[in-house]
Design a protein around this ligand. Sequence first.
Ligand code: IMP
Ligand code: MG
Length: 171
Amino acid sequence: MRILIDERKIENRVKALGAQITADYIDKDLIVIGILKGAVLFMADLVKKIDIPLSIDFMAVSSYGKSTRSSGIVRILKDLDEEIEGRDVLIVEDIVDTGLTLKFLAENILSRNPKSLKVCCLLDKPSRRKVAVDVDYVGFEISDEFVVGYGLDYAQKYRNIPFIGVIDSNA
Ligand code: IMP
Ligand code: MG
């Protein structure tokens, strides 16, 4: 495993994102929606750095199965528990790659008439984008490499690694 972004760097960036979100959402009715399962570790650390009252909820959507490439087919596996109409929604994602998952999620959430919708992702791979999506808060931009750790998986493994890494191709 090669370390791409170490724990210290992640921690500092999450702290800065939390401060920015705190400033942007003062006096708002913030609901943070984490996209399972990849965003769980990032979301847990991020909300601890947001210093205003907020709610959290989760959605799960199907992604790649065991493959590393997007099929473009997105399905809801677990829907929200909370009503979001009239509320200020922040989607928290692990990574925006082709953008297909986020495009689906944003359209789905906007159809429920939130007051506002913004997106925060830990990682952004802009070179792989297939559809245009708005991302308001980005942890780190990375190049086209398949990464794991800090919530991100390969075939459901490696999510518990505390840094962002790249699996060695000869391993
Ligand atoms: P998109 O629909 O292509 O933007 O893909 C988004 C989803 O694909 C993410 O939420 C991840 O679950 C997964 N994904 C994309 N790139 C990677 C990667 O490098 N490592 C692990 N998962 C990834
Ligand atoms: Mg995901």
